[in-house]
Every structure is written in structure tokens, then in C-alpha cells.
Ligand binder design. Sequence first.
Ligand SMILES: [Zn+2]
Length: 286
Amino acid sequence: MQELIERAATDLAAASYAVALTGAGMSTESGIPDFRGPQGVWTKDPDAERRAYLSYERFVADPGAWWKERLSAPIGALGSLEKTEPNPGHRALVELEKLGALRCVITQNIDNLHKKAGSRKVLEYHGNAFLLRCMNCNARFDFGEFDLQKLNEEGKLPPRCPDCGSVVKSDTVSFGEPIPQDVARQSLGEVVKCDFMLICGTSAVVYPFAALPRTARARRAEKEREALSGLVAVERLPAVTIVEINAEPTPLTLEGVSDYLIQGNTGDVLPQLVERVKAKMGAAKG
Ligand SMILES: [Zn+2]
């Protein structure tokens, strides 16, 4: 494993535009249960999964009723997220950003822990459990911006966007709900320009998030074909290096989407990676 960490540090320090993709594996180390793991929320309660699949349909059909029900059940499947704290993996990504070695974190996690740790550029692909979102203009709001209990008592649910008047929902993306356009567009933009991708704690099986590493990989294959065809001048396009940090091999490992896997917990591996990157960047400067 040390050799692979060294290799990743070399690749990362040499990259000109690195991004990280993160998933549930990073959050479980902060004590947040995942959904599909052995102790997952849905593994233990399959009915909860069925309800979750119906949630967005029900929101669209009757947003007022959806909100009413939601307000009657204050604690969601993930428990009390307010009390959770970032772990060494989150803090390592903050350090990489401060070093200038990482440009952006694209996360599937809704727990706000990357921002809480101090990462500045975070794209929350599946939303943020602490925010609300206008379904029309994508404006985000803190929960505190609406008096939800009062709206409930006065029969005025759902909350409405002060900017455009449309229905407001929790920012967390439900099953069947499209990824908010702004986040989807920005994420794709990052993926298309990166020359290094660090995939942390996710097996990337949930689409469309799962398309992001595959898009980066396909882009390289396409450029290689173009270069071989002789139709284009040999353009010095960055080859994308894709590295996974995960407890287990994933479909990305098995399909050859990633170049290599560092097998381990993100909370252990990422801080070691930071130390090696620091050493290399220090050496390069000196
Ligand atoms: Zn709006």
C-alpha cells in the first residue's frame, strides 16, 4: 500500500487540475450509516427503501402533503446529522485544496461534512441535508429562512421560493429526481478538464454520478484514438489518471476505469497521501 500511496502522491503533485469524487465510505468513518452496506439503513429496513423510491413521485403529486409528513418525522434515516463531525479523510482533502493540489470535491454525500471541514469548492451532487432548494430556479435556502411549523399550522405548505414563487423542496436529491442542473453542469465541467481524479469511498454504482469517472476515462480513450488516426496534430492533452481509495475493489477497479486502487479506509489513506504530496511539493520548490 505504501508504494501505491507514493505513486498517487507523485501523480497528484504532477497534475495540473485534480478533482476528488467522494461517497459514503468517507461518511461512515464519521459514524454516519450507509444505505446498502451490511449494516446499511436499507439492508436492515427494506420497507424504508421502498418508501424512499416513492418519495419524489409523491412530492411531485402533492408537495404540501409531502412537507406535512416530513415535518411530522423530524429525524430522517441518517439520524441526527448535526452532531456528526468531519474525520481525518475530510480534513486531508481540505489540506490538499490549501496546498493547491486539489481544485474541487464532487460529493454524493448529503451530510455537509466536506464544507464543515473547510473545503471551499464542493459540488454536492445529491444535495445537502441542511438546505432547501427551489424546484424551478435552483436557489438554495437555509431551513431557518422558512418558518415551516407556522406554514404547517396555517395550512400554507409547501414553502414557496421568494424569488420566483415556485415550490421549495429539501435540497437532498430523491430517487427519480433529476440532479439539479447547476450542479450537474458544473460537475461535468470539472470532470472534462481534470487530469487527475481521486475517487474516495465510493463504488460509483449510482447513476448519473457513476458516469463521471467513466466520462473522464472515455475522454482519454477518445483522444488516444484521435491521435492514432492521424487526423489531428498530436495535441498534448492531459492524460487522465484515475485513482481509487476504497476498502474494497469496485466496478471501477474491475472495469479498468481507474488506473489503480489503494485499498484501505479514506481516513487512513488520505492523511498519508497528504504527507507524501507535501514532501514532494516541498522538494520541488526547494
Ligand atoms: Zn425559485
